[in-house]
Design a protein. Structure first.
Length: 319
């Protein structure tokens, strides 16, 4: 068994994970990021200790502790560099501190890489050699797994596919670049585009079911777009059709660069866009030089909200 620990800006979730990717004894504790590094680390220790207290026999059975942390980080040295969502950690040696506290081997990686590894070995990508994983949600994170191993690049910063520019004149992304796919197709940016369309030309109000669902244009969120689409709203359908096109352009570039055996998608926006996936796959050859791009399966992820925990555990799986 391994322990998977998913560290976020507000919580730390942990669980035991078996060698076949099954989860048991989940726990969750608050994450404190406003204090010093030690205070933040105490939340991680508390989550792991709670597992051992609940399952005392796990102390002898656990062979590794995997950690999924916001980046940027260095997966090779185990140092968390300067994550915006965890400001208490700056050049924090997370792996070293975990190994010192529990005397168990540990590894750390970012959430998308770890989740991609879990999907590649135990989830929707199992059985495929080369897997491209994307989580489409508040942001867009990606991971690339070749032959059961995460592709990190030269310094550990590879596979930031959410920050691939597809429109250099597009909106500014949180990363500082313009026209990243995240700046166009993440949940908040689908909402932003909806709000802009609802304002209409010359400030003229546009009628849509989204307004009734949200209460006002400023409160429209991606989930309102999805619900309006399911209720037959024309503007919502137009917005999601445009989103599907943007994702198709992006994925065409992914195919041209790595030509994966399968593409796996998790996150709330992937569920929202699932009715469009067949069309995205069929249209990929229009946006890729590879005429066989449409042969690549587009599959929903297996692990959902548990992807971080299972992905973290996968980092320490026996080779």
């Amino acid at each position: 068994m391994t322990i998977g620990v998913d560290i976020g800006g507000t919580k730390v979730a942990a669980a035991l994970v078996t060698a076949s990717g099954e989860i048991s004894h989940k726990t969750r504790v608050p994450m404190v990021t406003s204090g010093d590094a030690a205070t933040g680390f105490s939340a991680v220790k508390a989550a792991v200790n709670e597992i051992f207290e609940t399952v005392p026999e796990a102390r002898a059975a656990v062979t590794g502790i995997g950690l999924c942390s916001p980046g940027p980080l260095d997966p090779r040295s185990g140092v968390v560099l300067n994550p915006p969502n965890v400001p208490c950690w700056r050049a924090f040696p997370l792996v070293e501190e975990i190994e010192k506290a529990f005397h168990i081997a540990a590894r750390v990686d970012n959430d998308a890489n770890a989740a991609g590894l879990a999907e590649a070995i135990w989830g929707a990508g199992a059985g495929y050699g080369n897997v491209f994983f994307a989580t489409l949600g508040t942001g867009i994170g990606t991971g690339i797994v070749f032959g059961g191993e995460i592709y990190h690049g030269r310094t550990g910063g590879a596979a930031e596919g959410g920050h691939m520019t597809i429109d250099y004149k597009g909106p500014r992304c949180g990363c500082g670049k313009h026209g990243c796919i995240e700046a166009l197709c993440s949940g908040p940016n689908i909402a932003r585009r909806a709000q802009e369309r609802l304002a209409g030309k010359d400030g003229k109000r546009v009628e849509s079911r989204m307004l009734a669902l949200a209460g006002s244009r400023e409160l429209v969120r991606a989930e309102h777009v999805g619900q309006a689409f399911r209720e037959g709203d024309a503007l919502a359908k137009d917005l999601l059709t445009e989103t599907a096109l943007l994702l198709t352009v992006w994925l065409g570039n992914i195919v041209d660069i790595i030509e994966p055996d399968v593409m796996v998608f998790g996150g709330g926006v992937s569920e929202l866009m699932s009715p469009f996936f067949d069309g995205i796959r069929a249209n990929l050859p229009r946006w890729s030089v590879n005429p066989r791009a449409s042969e690549i399966p587009l599959l929903p992820a297996r692990y959902g909200n548990d992807a971080g925990i299972v992905g973290a555990a996968a980092l320490c799986r026996p080779s």
